[in-house]
Design a protein around this ligand. Structure first.
Ligand code: NAD
Ligand code: UGA
Length: 439
């Protein structure tokens, strides 16, 4: 089967490699020339090692190709997956411009095609987008009818960055929202080799399942953060508390790690987009506002710990270790490093930053701070450091590195270090939600 994937980001590329692995011929179409050149050379445009390994294999065999043109590959394909980005506007509203542009190109190919095709929206879009916006563009631009002349599905993606291909191949569930039975049956057949629970719904329910899932994950993190903040004020270490809470199977232990809050290209913007959409319908979405408010405050928990430990931030040199939105990835979109560094600078600190994989992307966002070439260099002469993303190499820092600091104060912003090990290495450990009141 020929498949066209429009938008070769984390979702598009993982989808493309997954279908190539299942034996299909896949073309990735992207407007970004550099991304297309990378893929043509078998390189992933972002740090995702297992995906890159498989990508190279399929590029070399010719099963996966890339193009800056969407029209020809879409014309030649039975399935067209739309995987473009859907970021937030400053109001919180979803920005549908890339989705609309991709839909307009698909509409043109539908107009000139005699073959029945299935268009699948995989981008995260607020409920009713596929049926109102995408369908309207496809029908208007092609003169054809969805559900009769072509198929239309909404198939949300649940992968996590850092395990993109594994999550695509072994998803927790596959959700197939469809405009009619024929479209849904066709997509179900395509997914037949993937062993997972499959949920069939209408288009808007599929869209809502994605938001409801991300809203829950975000809520769980903000819950963990609020409990951890309470523990800290009460002089209790939140670690064992949340661990025991997570043992209740109705709660579960995952996504209960407190810290600087959730970042990344999805949880923050999806909670905002859902809230914006439902507010416009007259529902205040108070829980979502609370989730976001807790998240916005979390970087200041770390700043507060530093202020208390150092007296003041003014003139102090603070090393920020980890700039990506979590360890193991190069993505800096909505990273908590941004508000953390802004808060440190506002307090008068001098900031030196390091990340193993995302320095060049972060420098574009914040060119005015200092950058170090390693964690060890960042710690040189620092008055304190904040571990902002949970890269494994930061948990291996010890006496040799901490002894380079002027004041060996370590703020663990992700609860990823062993407090006893840090203290044995001669540094003072301060963790978000660690129970500073008793220390
Ligand atoms: P991304 O920004 O990494 O990639 C999107 C790609 O689409 C870019 O390469 C961009 O150049 C390309 N593009 C934009 N407009 C185009 C057009 N008109 N024609 C062709 N290409 C175009 O995005 P992503 O992180 O892969 O996310 C894509 C969607 O999937 C979003 O809606 C996101 O919310 C959702 N999602 C993302 C993840 C994740 O972990 N990143 C997980 C699940 C769902
Ligand atoms: C998230 C979801 O986990 C995916 O299921 C979803 O498909 C994806 O968003 C999406 O829709 O794009 P991802 O963005 O890769 O995946 O990031 P997560 O692993 O969920 O982490 C998000 C943020 O929460 C990170 O900043 C992380 O450090 C933070 N986090 C995570 C915590 O603070 N505590 C936790 O316990 C877990």
């Amino acid at each position: 089967m020929r498949i066209c994937v429009i938008g070769a980001g984390y979702v598009g590329l993982a989808t493309a490699v997954m279908f190539a692995k299942l034996g299909h011929k896949v073309v990735c179409a992207d407007v970004d020339e550099r991304r297309v050149r990378d893929i043509q050379a078998g390189r992933s445009p972002f740090y995702e090692p297992p995906l890159e390994k498989e990508l190279g294999k399929f590029v070399r065999s010719g099963a996966l190709t890339a193009s800056t043109d969407s029209r020809a590959p879409a014309r030649d394909s039975k399935f067209i997956f739309i995987c473009v980005q859907t970021p937030s506007l400053s109001s919180g509203r979803i920005d549908l411009r890339p989705l609309k542009a991709a839909s307009r190109v698909v509409a043109k190919t539908l107009a000139s095609s005699k073959e029945y095709k299935v268009v699948v929206v995989k981008s995260t879009v607020v409920p009713s987008t596929t049926v109102s916006v995408v369908r309207q563009i496809l029908e208007g631009g092609s003169g054809k009818t969805a559900g009769e002349d072509f198929g239309l599905c909404m198939n949300p993606e649940f992968l996590q960055e850092g395990s993109a291909l594994r999550d695509s191949m072994k998803p927790s569930r596959v959700v197939v929202g469809a405009i009619d039975r024929r479209s849904g049956d066709a997509l179900m057949r395509l997914y037949a080799p993937i062993k997972a629970d499959k949920v069939r719904t209408d288009l808007s329910s599929a869209e809502m399942i994605k938001y409801a899932s991300n809203a829950f994950l975000a809520m769980k993190i903000s819950y963990a953060n609020e409990m951890a903040n309470m523990c800290a004020r009460l002089g209790i270490d939140s670690g064992p508390v949340l661990e025991a809470v997570g043992k209740d199977p109705r709660i579960g232990s995952m996504f209960l790690t407190p810290g600087l809050g959730f970042g990344g290209s999805c949880l923050p913007k999806d909670v905002k987009a859902l809230r914006h959409k439902t507010k416009a319908l007259g529902l205040p979405a108070k829980l979502m506002s609370g989730v976001l408010a807790v998240n916005d405050d979390q970087p200041f928990e770390a700043i507060e710990l530093l202020n208390t430990a150092l007296g003041s931030l003014r003139g102090r040199r603070v090393a920020v270790l980890g700039l990506s939105f979590k360890g193991g990835v190069s993505d800096v979109r909505d990273s908590r490093a941004i508000p953390l560094i802004a808060g440190l600078l506002a307090g008068g600190a001098e900031v030196v930053a390091f990340d193993p994989m995302s320095m060049s992307q972060f420098i574009e966002l914040m060119p005015a701070i200092q950058y170090a070439s390693s964690a060890k260099d960042a710690l040189n002469g620092a008055d304190a450091c904040v571990v902002q993303s949970d890269w494994p190499e930061f948990s291996r820092l010890g006496k040799k590195e901490f002894s380079r600091m002027r004041n060996a104060i370590v703020v663990d912003g992700r609860r990823c270090l062993d407090p006893a090990k840090v203290e044995r290495a001669g540094a003072r450990y301060l963790g978000v939600g660690y129970g500073v009141a008793s220390k």
